[in-house]
Design a protein around this ligand. Structure first.
Ligand code: DGT
Ligand code: CA
Ligand code: CA
Ligand code: ZN
Length: 604
């Protein structure tokens, strides 16, 4: 990927920060490194291409908020020498496994430092051993409870380590797909597998391609195995190629299936899965005296080896297959056991499909950030972006005062910001611009602004940002308090999880859903693919209870408004009806709810 330099630099600054913390040195310096890492992460262009010469690069770097003189010097050092001396020194002083330990939920730098100094722990395996020996429990501030949390966190790490978060897998897969399309513009090329179904972590990438000309298929195969990111070619045949790729420091396998256009729909369907959905479809086919496989739907239910290249009853399009089996078209996100027509019932499934949310129904984004806190764009720029993206409503919700690192606003600054938003809003006739805030839910459930300040805002998103390893009961109480606050419209990224990296809070979801529907508060599905919070399983519970859901991008930059599709795919996996999603509402209806959210309460 073109942004490898940015990624390497971001990682270097993160390790500088973590390293200083682990060495017990100035937390002021580590906070500043962390700010730089974040600023780099927000850049879209490769950092070494920001300027044509060092002087221009220096000037452009210093103009980036969060990047000061020292950071500029380090970045230039990295661009010139490929490393940063301070960073190299940190890596010499701190064992590498400790950085990984910091990813364990519930383990902060202080605790990792103690484990290192007192028990000589240098990584995940050491920690597991020391937990088993009981020595961790004897350390100061490491009670039985902490030890239990650590154990389950370690388990979580092991379970998720081998799957790639969708945030990394999707850009790679799209790039591979588009690369193949440009090699053979006549070919059909689609992403299949768990990625197409909208799953949040991906075991391997699956692509399906079709072209009537065998020579064109060979050119596709060749382009695939010769991609610059390929590290190993596992198979390279007429019908299937498998490679291992490296992307952003992660390794992942990718499979490409190649075939005839007449069988494209069947292949796409088969390799989209899920396995359970495939089994179900095959059983239904057998009920019709037919057989379904990756080559198409055929007459006769006896398996035959010669289906490849045969003439199917249906196979060019997925829709034909569903049609021929008497089923409505089931979108990829619903091809899971939970939506098995035999279980749900055909009528209920048809009803669900008719109401299922679709990306183009979303007309509002109610959680975004501007330069007033840690966003990249001014209010005017956000308005231009929202217009270009066809939004009818945009809420600017910058961080509250406790989020110091994110530039959270003190009350005076918030009021000024709100005034600026309202002034701008008054001159707009094609976009409803709302003044809001993303207010921190403090660890005890109180909010970061007093109620009378919240009452001045059009939209209040309340989110947890710190103390994300609280026990279940405390976390539930904390979030319930926010849901019940009459000024809070949306519970933002309710668990605070990071996909594959941080488990976040583990609240009692049913209790949250019940309270949310009682008070008319919306639960957020944060569309940032690193978050996807709530996740599909939790959201399914929310759908069952009928509570309101807000799908917001939490965008800090123009590109991040594009996160919406990740959110919508996750929502569809939960079977979310469009009408339950406040972002699909007409501005009038949305305004009514924002003015008094109890109109959104169940039994309204
Ligand atoms: P992943 O890669 O673990 O994230 O999940 P998938 O669903 O992408 O699984 P993968 O890559 O092993 O296979 C892609 C699809 O191919 C899978 O969803 C269904 C189909 N498939 C693969 N193996 C089998 C099988 O043994 N039986 C059936 N019915 N379908 C299969
Ligand atoms: Ca796969
Ligand atoms: Ca696969
Ligand atoms: Zn947030």
């Amino acid at each position: 990927m073109s942004n490898d330099v940015n990624k390497a630099l971001q990682r270097a600054f993160e390790e500088l920060a973590d390293g200083l913390d682990l060495l017990g040195e100035s937390s002021f310096r580590s906070a500043s490194h962390r700010r730089v890492a974040r600023a780099i992460g927000d850049l879209t262009a490769p950092i070494d291409q920001l300027g044509d010469d060092p002087a221009q690069l220096r000037a452009r770097l210093e103009a980036i908020p969060g990047i000061g003189e020292g950071a500029t010097r380090r970045i230039l050092e990295f661009v010139e020498h490929g490393e940063i001396a301070d960073h190299v020194e940190i890596l010499e002083r701190v064992p590498g496994g400790l950085f990984q330990l910091l990813q364990v939920p519930g383990l902060g730098p202080k605790a990792v430092r103690t484990l290192w100094q007192e028990l000589g722990v240098q990584g995940v395996d050491d920690l597991r051993r020391e937990l088993d020996s009981g020595r961790v429990e004897s350390l100061p501030r490491m009670g039985r409870k902490t030890v239990q949390n650590l154990r389950s966190a370690l388990e979580f790490l092991t379970r998720t380590r081998d799957r790639l978060p969708v945030a990394l897998a999707m850009p790679l897969a799209l790039d591979l797909r588009d690369g193949l399309r440009s090699v053979e513009p006549e070919a059909r090329v689609e992403i299949a597998g768990s990625l197409r179904r909208g799953v949040e972590t991906i075991g391997d990438l699956d692509l399906v391609a079709a072209h009537h000309d065998p020579a064109a298929r060979r050119r596709l195969a060749e382009a695939f195995v010769n991609d610059g990111r390929v590290t190993d070619v596992l198979a390279s045949g007429e019908r299937k190629c498998s490679v291992r790729l490296s992307a952003g420091g992660h390794a992942i396998q990718a499979d490409l299936r190649l075939g005839e256009p007449a069988a494209f729909g069947a292949a796409l369907h088969y390799f989209t899965g899920s396995k359970e959905h495939n089994v179900l479809m095959r059983q239904i086919a057998i009920g019709f005296g037919r057989r379904l496989n990756e080559y198409g739907l055929f007459e006769g239910d006896e398996p035959r080896p010669q289906d490849h290249g045969g003439t199917p009853l249906a196979g060019a399009e997925e829709a034909e297959l569903y049609d021929a089996l008497g089923l409505p078209f089931i979108p990829a996100e619903l091809r899971e056991e939970a939506f098995d027509p035999a279980r749900v019932g055909l009528e209920a499934l048809r009803d669900l499909l008719a109401r299922l949310i679709d990306e183009d129904q979303i007309v509002a984004d109610l959680h975004t950030h501007s330069t007033a806190s840690d966003g990249r764009h001014s209010l005017e720029e956000l308005v231009a972006i929202a217009r270009r993206r066809g939004l009818a409503v945009l809420a600017v919700t910058d961080h509250s005062r406790s989020s110091v690192l994110a530039g959270g606003l003190e009350i005076d600054a918030l009021r000024e910001h709100v005034a600026a938003i309202r002034e701008l809003a008054a001159g707009l006739d094609d976009l409803v611009l709302l003044a809001g805030a993303e207010v921190d839910i403090l660890p005890d459930g109180s909010l970061d602004y007093p109620d009378e300040v919240l009452a001045e805002l059009d939209v209040v998103v309340a989110s947890p940002h710190v103390s994300l390893s609280q026990d279940r009961a405390t976390a539930t109480r904390r979030l319930l308090a926010a849901i019940r606050n009459p000024h809070v419209h949306i519970l933002g990224h309710p668990t605070g999880r990071i996909v594959g990296r941080r488990r976040g809070l583990q609240p009692d979801i049913d209790a949250l859903c019940a309270a949310a529907s009682e008070h008319g508060t919306a639960l957020e599905l944060n569309a940032n693919p690193r978050r996807l919070d709530l996740d599909d399983a939790a959201l399914r519970r929310a759908v069952e209870v009928g509570c309101l859901v807000a799908i917001d991008t939490d965008a800090h930059s123009d590109a991040q408004f594009g996160y919406l599709s990740y959110g919508v795919r996750t929502a569809r996996r939960a079977g979310l009806p469009a009408d339950s999603c406040v972002n699909t509402w007409e501005p009038e209806r949305l305004r009514d709810w924002l003015a008094d959210k109890s109109v959104g309460a169940r039994g309204r």
